[in-house]
Design a protein around this ligand. Structure first.
Ligand code: HSE
Length: 404
């Protein structure tokens, strides 16, 4: 018998409890042992909910019970999750978590503590919710050098951008609809400013390139400056705008970034709409491989957490090799990140000036009154600092990087 304790009975925790109950015989058969939830920790009471039978309010009950084999941490936030997870690992309990803040901040350190205690620290659900991406990265794509990862890793912003694109609605209106439907939080900052995607690409960059990437070092730009006018140009070009997390290695330098990107139809991320997430991995031998599915929600996220529980049971006493060491990865800056740019500048009849500053560009002519006051174009590939220098003599209305 394997006893599981769930820390947190919120959206994900209640999903984990439900899945372990409802799919119990299937999960137990796959794990090779009977799996049962012995405790659920939450500060709240849930009168009338069957969880009452196993509900506890004191974490010590769980940590001091030697019969608890696996702790599922689905509380979110760094503290007290970090303290609880550390203590569980040090007590010889494996931990499975969906907590991206915790993993991004302390992943390498918690993996080391797990190794020292012959247990496992798994975090499949911390990136892409229900989409398997961590396990494929650490167990399947082991042969390739990863050239680049591009991910749509935030459902809220993808929903907002899709609505702006399909319905021509402006950002504020769509954000309000997203909040009313429960897709966006009342305080949407973490999503729309890109902070949520930043934690996720920090985890993937650390795993792909094996050293600790501090999320504070990642250049992060949200979607609040994207307008319906930008989408008029996208319609003309047949392109889309997506908030991408990008990790790449070029000439030995690792880059990691979150920003809106223009995406062309030949990129498989182009068709990823609404709340769906997708992560495109480019290996030097494998080529492109994409993982697509639901990046949030109770049952999809809980499904990934329980798959970690099954894996932890199967590895009893044997720690998985996850290459992510504590040494800090120094990232290349946004000034050195190279990409073409979509640019809108104020003024018309300024092609000579644009040519002098940016070199050859491709103009985008709109049949719209915008064409009376502004000029839009696509640049060649430029570094961030080359772009800033070229743009310095212009009044830039918007500039969006272009995914290659
Ligand atoms: N707020 C996140 C999203 C939830 O919109 O994708 C999953 O981390």
């Amino acid at each position: 018998m394997i006893n599981v304790a769930i820390l947190g009975y919120g959206t994900v925790g209640s999903g984990v409890y439900k899945i372990i109950k409802e799919n119990n015989s299937h999960i137990s058969r796959r794990a090779g042992d009977d799996i049962s939830v012995k405790y659920v920790l939450d500060l709240r009471d849930f009168p009338g909910d069957p969880v009452e039978e196993v509900l506890v309010h004191d974490v010590n009950v769980i940590m001091e019970d030697e019969e608890v084999d696996i702790v599922v941490e689905v509380m979110g936030g760094v503290e007290p999750a970090y303290t609880f997870v550390r203590r569980a690992l040090e007590s010889g309990k494996s931990v499975c978590t969906s907590n991206k803040e915790l993993v991004a901040a302390h992943g390498a350190e918690l993996l080391e503590i797990a190794r020292e205690n012959n247990v496992n620290f798994f975090f499949e659900a911390s990136v892409g919710g229900g989409i398997p991406i961590i396990r494929p990265l650490i167990e399947c794509i082991t042969v390739d050098h990863i050239e680049e990862i591009q991910g749509i890793m935030n459902g809220t912003t993808n929903y907002i951008l899709t609505k702006m694109e399909d319905e021509g609605a402006d950002f504020d209106t769509v954000l309000k609809v997203a909040q009313d439907k429960g897709y966006a939080e009342r305080n949407p900052e973490a999503d729309i400013e890109g902070y949520d995607a930043c934690r996720k690409i920090a985890i993937l960059t650390s795993l792909a390139y094996e050293k600790q990437v501090n999320y504070e070092d990642i250049y992060t730009e949200g979607i609040t400056k994207i307008t319906t006018d930008d989408f008029k140009y996208m319609k003309k070009l047949g392109t889309s705008i997506k908030l991408l997390g990008i990790a790449r290695k070029v000439l030995g330098i690792t880059y990691s970034m979150v920003a809106p990107f223009v995406v062309y139809p030949d990129n498989p991320l182009y068709g990823v709409k609404k709340v769906f997430n997708a992560i495109l991995v480019k290996g030097d031998m494998l080529g492109d491989v994409m993982f697509y599915g639901k990046g949030a929600g109770s049952l999809p996220t809980a499904s990934a957490v329980v798959s970690d529980v099954v894996d932890a049971v199967k590895r009893n006493g044997y720690t998985a090799s996850i290459y992510w060491n504590k040494e800090k990865r120094i990232l290349g800056g946004a000034d050195a990140f190279t990409t073409p740019y979509f640019v809108r500048v104020k003024g018309v009849n300024i092609k000579d000036k644009i040519q002098a500053a940016f070199g050859d560009v491709e103009y985008i002519e709109l049949d719209d009154k915008l064409a009376e006051t502004e000029t839009a174009f696509m640049t060649k590939v430029l570094s961030g600092s080359e772009f800033d220098q070229a743009a310095s003599d212009f009044e830039v209305i918007s500039r969006i990087r272009v995914s290659k």
